[in-house]
Each structure stands twice: as structure tokens, then as C-alpha cells.
Design a protein around this ligand. Structure first.
Ligand SMILES: [Fe+2]
Length: 293
């Protein structure tokens, strides 16, 4: 995908828009925009006009993942790769591009049945983003909006698809054979962020396990951890630091039942010196389970 790609936006199908409005503002510190003509609710976290689009519906899962490329030429190169790999894709309509707030997009379905959109030319907000509950703001820019961990149907097939067809770069693996918590997770990057996409075969019915948003200050992570408890947001894992991306974070449940992670201090990758490793566990310390995954 090149190193100028980023996780651009996430489309979520949620059954309770009202709960999400409060959760997004009060817990995550996002800015809720005006409902779009198609009925989607935009959430903003940086200069982009939005980074989330919420669609009302029963799935309570990811609806699509949007990857942003530098320009139309990069999108054309990617279309060539899809053609050569015989992955059927379609051009987004003008209505879809307007709703997503991008100049152009294409879309296809990944091996997990997730709709993937590749775009360029995002609309930026008319006024600068003003941080709310996450007072230091979010670490985005060329590292994109954060990362997602998806529940893969077949980890090996998903790895092949994202690395070989879409040219995501391998970061590392977490492989644990602990009887209580066996895990094989794959971490991929498309820019200096340690990973923008991770996946594992999880005992979940949803395709999305969590999305991660990175604050600019560690204090915002601690404050969010306690704020979520005050708000009654169910937490999944307490504060801890991951071994591979060094992210200091905690996990909680969104109103749709999949998780969010709020972190700080994520590792940055320089591809020239990167050595792929396999880690025996996910966390260096903490991340103690507070509720079932
Ligand atoms: Fe994460």
C-alpha cells in the first residue's frame, strides 16, 4: 500500500445512535457532527471532517473500513494489483464518495466478509477540531486515525490477502499457547504507526474486536479510564502496556458490544531497521481482564 497510506475512516452499523452520541462525546472525546443526508452520523477527532460514520442498523459491528491513499495515482496502482490478483472491486458512486467525504473511492470484500474501501482526497473540516474530553487531542496525521483488530475467519488467508494483494507490511506476531488464553495475532502497518490493522481468529460473532484511538498525553488515558467508570461504561481490560507496540492503554465496551481501546505512547516504525519478531504474549504488564472478551 506504500508508506503514505493510513486508516482513514471506519463505518459502524449501530443499533442505538442515541447511546453512541453520549458515549462518543463523553467517553471517547469525539465531536458529533450533523446527520448526513443518507442518515449517517459523523464523528470527528482531528482535521478530517469525520473519522467515523455511524449507520443505524441491527448488526452492531463494522460496516466498512476505509483506507486512505495519497492520491489518485496511488489508487490506480492499487486497482492494478487487485486486477492482477483477480479480486473483484467496484468504483464507488458519486453519492457514496460524497457521503464518505472523499474525492474518489473503490470497494471490495476482504476474506472476512468485511467491506473494504480505498479512497483518496478526504474532506477536511471547515474549522479546526477542538479537543473535548481527550484534552491533548488525538495522535493522527500521517499515522491515520488509529488501528483496528478484526476477528479473522482464517488468519493465514487474511495475512496473505493484506500483505500480498494490498501490500500491507508485516510488523510482528503475538503467539501465545497459554491454555487459558491461546492467541495468534498478526500486526500489519501501512505507515510509521506500529500497526493500523491486526487480526486473530477469535471466539466472537462480530467481525470487529476493537478500534484504538491514541491520545497525545498519557494523562488523557488515565483520565479516560476513570471517566469511563464514572459514566458506567463497561471496561474489558484495565490499564496496561502492550509488548509489541508499547501502547499504554485500557479497553472498554462500546454501546454496540465491540470494544474500544484508548492508548498513548505507541511505537513508531522505521522500515529500514525493522526486525519482525514473535512475542509470547500481548502485554508487558497490566491489561487485567475486568470482563469477558
Ligand atoms: Fe489494539
Amino acid at each position: 500500500m506504500g508508506t503514505t497510506a493510513q486508516l482513514g475512516y471506519l463505518g459502524l452499523e449501530v443499533s442505538d445512535l442515541g447511546a453512541w452520541r453520549r458515549f462518543a462525546t463523553e467517553a471517547l472525546g469525539l465531536e458529533v457532527g450533523a446527520l448526513r443526508p443518507g442518515g449517517a452520523l459523523p464523528l470527528r477527532m482531528d482535521g478530517h471532517q469525520h473519522r467515523f460514520l455511524l449507520h443505524e442498523g441491527p448488526a452492531n459491528d463494522v460496516a466498512y473500513i476505509g483506507w486512505e491513499l495519497a492520491d489518485g495515482a496511488a489508487l490506480e496502482v492499487l486497482c492494478g494489483r487487485l486486477d492482477r490478483a483477480r479480486v473483484p472491486f467496484r468504483a464507488g458512486t458519486a453519492t457514496e464518495a460524497a457521503e464518505r467525504g472523499v474525492k474518489q473511492l473503490i470497494h471490495f470484500v476482504d476474506p472476512n466478509g468485511i467491506r473494504v474501501e480505498i479512497c483518496h482526497g478526504p474532506s477536511m473540516g471547515a474549522v479546526p477540531f477542538r479537543p473535548g474530553k481527550i484534552r491533548s487531542g488525538f495522535h493522527t496525521g500521517d499515522q491515520g486515525m488509529g488501528h483496528v483488530l478484526i476477528n479473522a475467519r482464517d488468519c493465514a488467508e487474511t495475512e496473505r490477502f493484506y500483505r500480498d494483494v494490498l501490500s500491507f507490511a508485516l510488523t510482528d506476531y503475538v503467539h501465545s499457547e497459554a491454555p487459558d488464553r491461546p492467541l495468534h495475532a498478526v500486526f500489519l502497518h501501512v505507515n510509521p504507526r506500529h500497526h493500523s490493522l491486526a487480526f486473530a481468529e477469535l471466539p466472537l460473532s462480530k467481525r470487529l474486536h476493537h478500534f484504538m484511538l491514541e491520545a497525545n498525553s498519557v494523562d488523557d488515558v488515565g483520565a479516560a479510564f476513570y471517566r469511563c467508570q464514572d459514566l458506567g461504561v463497561p471496561l474489558q481490560r484495565g490499564l496496561g502496556r502492550h509488548q509489541n507496540d508499547r501502547m499504554l492503554s485500557f479497553y472498554g465496551y462500546t454501546p454496540s458490544g465491540f470494544c474500544f481501546e484508548i492508548g498513548w505512547g505507541g511505537r513508531v516504525i522505521d522500515d529500514r531497521h525493522w526486525e519482525v519478531k514473535t512475542y509470547p504474549g500481548a502485554s508487558e504488564w497490566g491489561h487485567r481482564p475486568l470482563a469477558p472478551a
